[in-house]
Design a protein around this ligand. Sequence first.
Ligand code: ATP
Length: 306
Amino acid sequence: LMQLFIPLNFFGFMHREIKQGLVDLEAMFELMRQPAEVIDKTDAAPLAVSGGAVRFDNVSFHYDADRPILKGVSFEVPAGKTVAIVGPSGAGKSTISRLLFRFYDVTDGSITIDGQDLRDVQQQSLRHNIGMVPQDTVLFNDTLLYNIGYGRPDAEQSEIVEAARLAQVSDFIASLPAGFQTEVGERGLKLSGGEKQRVAIARTILKAPPILVLDEATSALDSHTEQEIQTALDEVSQNRTTVVIAHRLSTVIGADEIIVLEAGKIRERGRHADLLEQGGLYASMWDRQREASEAQERLRQAMQGD
Ligand code: ATP
């Protein structure tokens, strides 16, 4: 029986190998399908940021021509203000942040920063002026000091330590035997989602860009971690034009405007209290979220026995 078993097992192995090969091939074709990289115009000028006002004017966009993703989206983030974008999965929220970074050009309409169309400015200067805190930060296989300092390579060590303090990650770093010299990343210490996000926030505080794009993690956080991250985010977004793809109540409550996106269109907009009063999509989304987070908090307390 053993003799039969080994070859079968081997075929299982081969099958997985071949399947993986096909998956890799698929990934490669997927990459090849990507549109040509956006190219700077020959006369592109560096982006000149005064206040950092962001404006989406009747923006439409598709990745594939047969499937529109954004359909006539208009909104403005006045200099120094915060706009939160919320909406169901697949509504086009992350697409908005990709367009602001000009990973793609809009299909129709325009995006401007302080009146300059993104298609007319040098990409390098655009990306230099926008800080991005992604949902899931990939850390370098290096020390925490390096990972935070990367935000501004000429930063002094004291500035890195201060950025970590403002990002609420100092206590965590102090609790590690090697402190800022702790190796992280794939081969080093694995950080939790909340810790990684705070390292990314510290990096961004150091970079101090005039415009900020935050993509909040969808994963549920306990209320203490949520509070720490919120404090860090409040710090980094202070006096900065901020676009936040928001999943947490604590973020949207403070936003100057909330855009509720559904299937690529703005369905509702306004401040938190006004939208709740309207009793529409936003109100039902947050009712559900509040119930879920209350249930999670009760569960956590029960498990801790307090
Ligand atoms: P979530 O909350 O789940 O992150 P989202 O609102 O941020 O969703 P997007 O990531 O903006 O949604 O995606 C909007 C739509 O665009 C989705 O249906 C997605 O499948 C599609 N899409 C995203 N990226 C690409 C791509 N590179 N090529 C083709 N379609 C894409």
